[in-house]
Write a protein that binds this ligand. Structure first.
Ligand code: NDP
Length: 260
């Protein structure tokens, strides 16, 4: 017998960057638990591929082409999501890009604008739309909302040649603490997911180096990189009523890396 709060039937969840990697891991777990899902990404091809996978769960699913670094596009896409689904109960601001990874002293202003634009401003634009919608719903007598961001261990440990990326991830931890306090009165929780080393397109180039994989794996107590499906369970928990009193937290999913 399943645990009733983990039945997400009737819930609608938006996952940005939901067409691949960790975001698709969230989306697949949520769809399997019964939620309707809207994913956003910039690649029509990846959106279509993910949509096909998610459709197999038999829930309402949609994919929108949206570049989260463009505020107007985010607002249009959020309105389109609401038009299609009628509500958004959870928003996973997960879309992200890695930095160009130049030495810190060579990083250009354009490099910073690129990472800040997607990982920081993009996540904030998305969460702004969701927070407003959840506030309005609460004021109309239907208080419930889940705001989630995908941060990174780089927010707390040093990432050489990725200081711009790490800065966005650290900043989002601060943003989520603020949202936890500001929107609690509307029945909205705000939490951060902090992944360690996960096998996705983002880490693909690094995973081609045997030397790198060996060195990192030796530092992971569970002795493997994470996989997108390792993020399904936490998404279901956060969207459920089981997490109603759990807000302002950071969920580290890293196979124990941070402790070793
Ligand atoms: P992927 O490259 O597999 O996925 C990134 C996702 O973000 C894709 O769905 C991509 O879709 C989307 N995306 C990128 N840019 C934009 C944009 N401008 N607008 C909308 N969507 C966009 O990487 P991961 O799954 O690894 O990354 C997901 C999140 O996890 C990121 O925030 C990343 O920083 C974080 N993370 C990853 C770790 C890892 O080890 N992999 C570790 C710690 C954190 P599309 O290509 O269609 O635009």
């Amino acid at each position: 017998m399943s645990y009733p709060p983990f039945d997400l039937s009737g819930r609608v969840v938006l996952v940005t960057g939901g067409n691949a990697g960790i975001g698709l891991g969230f989306a697949e777990g949520l769809a399997r638990a019964g939620a309707d899902i809207c994913i956003w990404g910039t690649s029509e091809a990846r959106n279509a591929e993910a949509l096909e996978k998610l459709s197999a769960q038999g829930r309402r699913v949609a994919a929108l082409r949206c570049d989260v670094s463009d505020k107007a596009e985010v607002e249009r896409s959020f309105a389109a999501t609401l038009e299609q689904f009628g509500r958004v109960d959870g928003c996973f601001a997960n879309a992200g890009i890695m930095s160009v990874q130049r030495p810190f002293h060579e990083m250009t202003e354009a490099d910073l604008d690129r990472t800040f634009g997607v990982n920081l401003k993009g996540a904030m634009f998305t969460l702004q739309c969701a927070a407003l919608h959840m506030k309005q719903r609460a004021e109309a007598g239907d208080p419930f909302g889940r705001l989630v961001v995908t941060s990174s261990l780089s927010a707390v440990s040093g990432l050489a040649r990725g200081e711009d990326y790490a800065a966005t991830k650290g900043a989002m931890l601060s943003v989520m603490r603020g949202l936890c306090v500001e929107y609690a009165r509307y029945g909205v929780t705000a939490n951060s997911i902090v992944p360690g080393w996960i096998e996705t397109a983002m880490t693909g180039p690094l995973l081609e180096s045997d030397k790198f994989v060996k060195a990192v794996t030796a530092r992971i107590p569970l002795r493997r990189f994470g996989k997108p499906e390792d993020f399904a369970g936490i998404a279901v928990y956060l969207m459920s009523t089981a997490s109603a009193h759990h807000t302002g937290d950071q969920f580290t999913i890293d196979g124990g890396y941070q402790n070793f």
